[in-house]
Each structure stands twice: as structure tokens, then as C-alpha cells.
Design a binder for this molecule. Structure first.
Ligand SMILES: [Fe+2]
Ligand SMILES: [Fe+2]
Length: 280
């Protein structure tokens, strides 16, 4: 299995562009899966620079209904018109999502015009994608969710048909589990459900502990300046260390929290940037 980072917040390469968002190409033994498409057309330019054919994929997965992961969908669809690869989203991914406070907030939604595009397919809580890949959502939580979830909302319909702002329940989030070659690998975008809750569900589905985790841990929010308390990052670090996996993180983990995790886990946690390639 191979993972190529097509879009991430940073890059060490002058040939690639970095922006706040995420897009990964996940190649298993029998499938090429584009996991998230970043916020805009950056994916297209980076894929060209890396000689990665993003039209010839078997499936596209949108991890959740936030623009930094799915805002590039319009540009992607436009650029891959001959492709019939399904675009898997959870129900609710195209609902209006907002970031900020109850009083002051801005849209971070996907383009609602694309909700009924013929390539868009709604996934269930658990959806098998191929011989070794499956998508799943988290319905039970025994660990805390990220602090910055408190600044994320969904727009719902009130009792009188009016629009109301509700705390987001992240039912629109899904993660990818790949089980091949004796390795169980989790791929998660922003881990709004809490990385430990997502790992719990993945291990339940895999029937064994995870070997490798690729995930944003959502320990900071660049637009809001939220940061998890040092004690919360340390308690996450202790739990990640206790579990046997190797961790590759990016995007919404943030360098400050990563440095703290790195102090605790050493080489078992690594930060990926645009252009990084990892073979499992
Ligand atoms: Fe998000
Ligand atoms: Fe994100």
C-alpha cells in the first residue's frame, strides 16, 4: 500500500503548492482511492507536478463536509469529466456547515450545487469499497472529541421552518480502513469524532489493533487560533504510545502539538507534507 500526499498545509518542494486542506492518494493492491480533494484547484496542479493521474482512480472519498477537504470537488469534477469513479460522501456532507461563534461565523460548506451530481454516492455507517478497503463512521465515543469542535456548526431547520445554528454532530464524517498484507491501516481526515474513538471503531471492524494510522488529529484550528491544552495533548500522547501503531499525521494536528507528541513517541509519530510518499 502506498500513500501520496497531494495537498497539505505545507511543502518542502518549490514545485508544489501548499494550502490549508488535505488530499491523499491511497493505492492498495487492487484500488486507487483519492481521499479528499483539498480546498480548491491546488490538487490539480500538484497532481500534474507529481505525475499522478487523479482521473484514473477507482473511487473518491470525501472525509467530511468541510471546504478544506471537499472544496476542490468542483475543480476535480471539471478536470475529470470522462471519469465515472464514484465520489463517496456521508449523508449530510452537503449540509451547510459554519465555523466561528454563534454570533459571528462563516461558511465552510461544500458547494451545494454538487450534492446531486451523478457521480456523488451516499455511504452508510459502514461501506465496503474493495477487497481490502472499507469506509466507516463513528457512532459511539468513549474518548473526548477535539476542543475546537465547539466552534463548528451545522445549519438545520427549526420547528417553524426557520434556519437554526446547531453544534455539529459530525455524522457527516467517515474514515478509511485498509486491511491487506497483514497490516491494518487507518486513514482519517480531520478526526472530528476524536482520533481515539475512530481508532476504536477501526479496531472493532478489523478485529485486531491497528498497525499504521494516517490522520489529522485536530489539535489546532488555524482560522480560530484554538489549541488543545498541553495536558490534553499529553494524555492523547500517552494513549497513542500505549497502542502499538505507527502514526503519520498532518494538517490540523499543528506543529506545536506534533512536537509534544514527538517528544513522547519519538519516531513512532511523523509529520507529512505535500509531496510526501509513504509505503506501508
Ligand atoms: Fe473539518
Ligand atoms: Fe480539516
Amino acid at each position: 500500500m502506498k500513500i501520496t500526499v497531494l495537498v497539505e498545509n505545507a511543502t518542502p518542494s518549490s514545485r508544489l503548492a501548499a494550502c490549508h486542506g488535505l488530499s491523499l492518494l491511497v493505492e492498495t493492491a487492487d484500488q486507487r482511492i483519492l481521499f479528499d480533494v483539498g480546498p480548491d484547484a491546488t490538487l490539480l496542479a500538484n497532481a500534474r507536478a507529481l505525475a499522478v493521474d487523479i482521473a484514473d482512480v477507482d473511487a473518491v472519498v470525501i472525509s467530511h463536509g468541510h471546504a478544506d477537504h471537499g472544496g476542490g470537488l468542483g475543480a476535480y469534477l471539471e478536470a475529470t469529466q470522462g471519469s465515472h469513479a464514484p465520489i463517496y460522501v456521508r449523508e449530510g456532507a452537503f449540509m451547510e456547515h459554519r465555523s466561528g461563534t454563534f454570533e459571528r461565523n462563516h461558511s465552510i460548506s461544500l458547494d451545494p450545487v454538487l450534492a446531486n451530481h451523478p457521480r456523488v454516492v451516499r455511504t452508510a455507517e459502514h461501506t465496503v469499497l474493495g477487497q481490502s478497503a472499507e469506509l466507516f463512521s463513528v457512532e459511539r465515543a468513549s474518548h473526548p472529541a477535539p476542543l475546537s469542535n465547539a466552534h463548528l456548526f451545522r445549519v438545520a431547520e427549526g420547528p417553524a421552518g426557520e434556519t437554526v445554528l446547531m453544534p455539529d454532530d459530525f455524522a457527516h464524517e467517515q474514515s478509511l480502513l485498509v486491511n491487506e498484507g497483514g497490516k491494518r491501516v487507518l486513514v482519517s481526515g480531520c478526526s472530528h469524532a476524536g482520533i481515539l474513538n475512530i481508532m476504536d471503531r477501526a479496531e472493532e471492524l478489523a478485529g485486531a489493533p491497528l498497525d499504521v494510522v494516517f490522520a489529522g488529529f485536530h489539535l489546532m484550528s488555524p482560522s480560530l487560533g484554538d489549541r488543545e491544552e498541553a495536558s490534553a495533548v499529553e494524555s492523547l500522547g500517552r494513549e497513542l504510545a500505549r497502542r502499538g501503531a505507527t502514526y503519520y499525521t498532518f494538517h490540523c494536528t499543528g506543529m506545536e502539538a506534533f512536537a509534544r507528541l514527538r517528544d513522547m513517541l519519538g519516531d513512532r509519530v511523523r509529520y507529512l507534507a505535500t509531496g510526501s510518499v509513504v509505503r506501508v
